[in-house]
Ligand binder design. Structure first.
Ligand code: DGP
Length: 123
């Protein structure tokens, strides 16, 4: 199934400067900014600047330079937000089962408190 990118999604608008954001770090290929509805004391979103819907889209189609830049940006955010010692969680929701709200790849970087178990048991 082909990936279809909607360039009207909210993160595309952030990348075009149409909507403000609290930037944590910007690199050639990536942007890190604070989540508008933080779920933890640290809740940063890291996105690639390219038009990728979700993680597997990015991992399949992005250039090596984009992939390296994206992963290094995540690591820099972990360090700059002071999460290395206490630990953290990274999450990327995809599609319907993953309950992805914004169809532009984003990694949630969460930390600053105990985060509990990864998933709740299915009901
Ligand atoms: P997900 O469910 O994984 O697609 O998470 C989308 C996240 O995006 C959610 O935690 C809230 C955040 N978000 C939605 N709109 C905005 C926005 O306009 N600005 C910022 N900074 N975050 C947003």
């Amino acid at each position: 199934m082909a990936y279809t990118y909607d360039d009207q999604n909210i993160f595309a608008k952030i990348l075009r400067g149409e909507i403000p954001n609290a930037t944590v770090l910007e690199t050639e290929h990536s942007l890190a900014f604070r989540d508008i509805q933080p779920q933890a004391p640290v809740h940063v979103l890291v996105i690639p600047k390219g038009p990728y819907v979700c993680y597997d889209h990015f991992a399949s189609d992005a250039s090596d330079a984009e992939i390296v830049d994206f992963n290094r940006t995540i690591a820099e955010v972990v360090t700059s937000e002071g999460l290395r010692e206490g630990g953290y969680r990274i999450i990327s929701n995809a599609g319907e089962a993953g309950v992805q709200e914004v169809p532009h790849l984003h990694i949630h970087v969460l930390g600053g408190r105990g985060l509990g178990r990864m998933l709740q048991p299915a009901r």
